[in-house]
Design a protein around this ligand. Structure first.
Ligand code: MRU
Length: 344
């Protein structure tokens, strides 16, 4: 997507350096982080310099490429198995990470060249999947629609185009007038910061709403559909996505509003039978107890915003039961949650 007239992906390779848009600084500063080594790439995934299932998958694949570059042929499989362990330990929930490291490791059992082409393919396929999710998802959007989305499943999260935001961009490009309600205003503000920045950059009409305002706008008839992304979709259609997603789905069901999940096939994990088997990342309590932002004098600062003697719990994701999901929008078309096996 374009930033000030220049086309960027969220993550790309220059030689063996993995370049990523530094997402922790957005929307206040647009900066590129350059991961020179596999260790840098792992740190960037862990600290969320890059985040979002597809971009994490691309980072994992490029990290494996960095390990290939450092290895001789004789020890390639062992070295890649080690690299996979390091990468797999960075974040547990988004399956794209494991999909990517598995794919490159399997590629190495064929040849070094094939492993490299697999490492490059992960990001390219994710970008193309986002484009097609846009094409399919746009068929669901009518002129004048109000659409709610939660967290950031835009191009920053999926290399290019996005998943939840791809249909929105496609609708806008096809001349439909839409209005987006963007949330995830806590704990990390990914809707308020990243989705709002993406939508503003693309000229899409939108408002940031507090996480607890979704049901209110649904009750007023302002929301015609909800589209969210996914970090892992289990074989039965249960879907892990940013904490707070399940509440939107429950409210949407109550008000009879279609609730769609948009995701590439690489986010569907047929090896996980249902949502109970998805590991939910527990993140640092400081994300709840503190708040980071720009002061009026333009400095990034962190503030304590809770009772200093209290602790917090901070699950990063929740699992929306398949029965609350109207459909899953993929690059191969839109299916009911109980039909995802047909896509493979
Ligand atoms: O806080 P984050 O950025 O780790 O949140 C995770 C996600 O990126 C979201 O759950 C997103 O909606 C799905 S990833 C395309």
């Amino acid at each position: 997507m374009n930033v000030n007239g220049v086309h960027y992906r969220a993550i790309w390779l220059e030689g063996s350096t993995v370049c990523m848009i530094e997402q922790n600084l957005l929307p206040f500063e647009f900066k590129i982080y350059r991961a020179e080594t596999l260790e840098d790439t792992c740190m960037a995934i862990k600290t969320m310099i890059t985040r979002g299932a597809g971009s994490i998958g691309a980072a994992a694949a490029y990290g494996m490429y960095q390990a290939i570059c450092m290895s001789d042929d004789k020890h390639l499989l062992d070295n890649l198995a080690d690299a996979k362990k390091k990468i797999d330990s960075t974040r547990p929930t988004a399956v794209n990470l494991f999909y990517a490291t598995d794919r490159v490791l399997k590629g190495a059992s064929v040849s070094r060249e094939f492993a490299i082409s697999e490492a490059f393919a992960v990001a390219d396929e994710c970008a193309e999947a986002g484009r097609m999710i846009g094409v399919h998802g746009n068929t669901l959007i009518k002129d004048g629609f109000g659409i709610e989305t939660h967290c950031n499943a835009g191009w920053l999260a999926l290399v290019d185009y996005g998943s939840a935001l791809a249909p929105i961009y496609a609708a806008q490009a096809s001349g439909k007038k839409i209005f987006v309600y963007a949330d995830e205003t806590r704990p990390r503000n990914q809707g308020a910061r990243l989705t709002a920045w993406e939508l503003a950059s693309a000229g899409v009409d939108h408002a940031i709403i507090p996480d607890n305002a979704g049901a209110h706008y649904m009750s007023l008839g302002k929301i015609d559909m909800v589209i969210v992304g996914a970090d892992r979709i289990a074989a039965n259609g249960d879907t892990a996505n940013k904490i707070g997603t399940m509440e939107k789905a429950i409210a949407a069901k109550y008000y009879g509003i279609p609730f769609y999940v948009a995701a590439p096939l690489s986010t569907i994990d047929l090896g996980t039978p249902d949502g109970k088997h998805i590991r939910i990342e527990e993140r640092d309590e400081d994300e709840v107890l503190k708040y980071s932002g720009l002061t009026q004098s333009g400095n990034m600062e962190t503030f304590i915003m809770a009772n200093p003697t209290s602790h917090a719990k901070n699950p990063a994701f929740d699992v929306t039961p398949a029965e609350l999901i109207t459909g899953i929008i993929t690059e191969k078309g839109i299916v009911k949650p109980n039909e995802i096996k047909k896509l493979f």
